[in-house]
Design a protein around this ligand. Sequence first.
Ligand SMILES: [Zn+2]
Length: 426
Amino acid sequence: MILKGTFLHAPTLGELEIRPNAYLVTKNTAVVGLYDTLPPEYEGQPVTDWGDALIIPAFTDLHIHAPQIINRGIGYDKELLPWLETYTFPAEARFADPAFADRAWKAFLNHLWAVGTLRFSAFATIHKEAAWRLMELTEQSGLRGLIGKVNMDRNSPDSLREDTHASLADTEELICRSREELRHTRFILTPRFVPSTTPELMDGLGQLGEKYDLPIQSHLSENPSEVAWVAQLHPDIPTYTQVYEHFGLLRQDKTIMAHAIHLSDGEKDLLKNKGVMLAHCALSNTNLSSGIMPLRQDLGLGLRCCVASDVAGGHTASMARSVAATVQTSKLNGLNHPDQSPLSLAEAFYLATRGAGSFFGDVGAFLPGFEFDALVLRPSTLDALVERTPFERLEQFLYDGDDRNIAARYCAGSLVEQPFPELELA
Ligand SMILES: [Zn+2]
């Protein structure tokens, strides 16, 4: 496949490469190269000419709660723990109904497609049937997803509190079934967070991680009340991060921890050594008054970080908005910490594309050998009134872009159409 257009990507943190009127060649799922003039060996082959469109890497969202898509924008009068009880748990309990789950998952996948998130790692719910259905639908969608059945067996409402052994058995069943029946959609272990999982359950999940060599996702140090609660629940383990380590849940280079706001220096050393991906959720951290993650400091320490939406702590699945919010919160943080310079838009864009994409391997930039994931952006009528540089067009898309201006989406080398057209996007 050969595409022509203006390509813009962030191959490293802080670097933007802009290639106007260039040619990108792909073979199977991956990029062969990006050229200013088409190499002679490709002459005569069909070229998809996107004209004046701007072509950027598609987004990867490594922290999103699929069932909470129905709660976007609701309940930000509360902080994390009462917000979970009041809004989140009742919404998740509805996914015991397979017909409801089926409709919600299709709408969720349509929605991710619409906003340009073509790879993701999602929490499903505790329900085995619903989690499996999300895996199947993701496989059909053309998007690439890691999906986890949530595990919860303590400090949870009756409707969402599992029996420990049943939780482990259901999890193992889904691991095996997804390996046998799915090609692209993979299972990710998903203990909700320490307060809702007993030591026995965490221990069992750690063993499943080893047995099947699985990735893991969870939450870490999001809110001060939560951190204090974990200390109470595990008085013999010095820090929140070490609780996960104790139960084998910090798997080397295969773990995503969301938020990671209130951490000690020792915890950061441990997270760095384990290669844990820290998902920065600027919208959620603001909506639930959780705090500001010191992203500049963490990047300086060499921690792996990415930008994520955390729907529905985050009020939109749009990664463009999460990128903008990352810069905004970083600026506010800089007011109180002049030694921590705010992130640039180019840096935040990197964290939502190449940074997050790295969890899937060579993903998130237009480099040779990388999986070809891209969004083709047409300027809106409003934005076309004034001639803009490619970078200015990226800025306007990230801050106030409209997904109706995404003219095409490519994931792993293939054009992806709306996954479930029987459900209207609006
Ligand atoms: Zn979350």
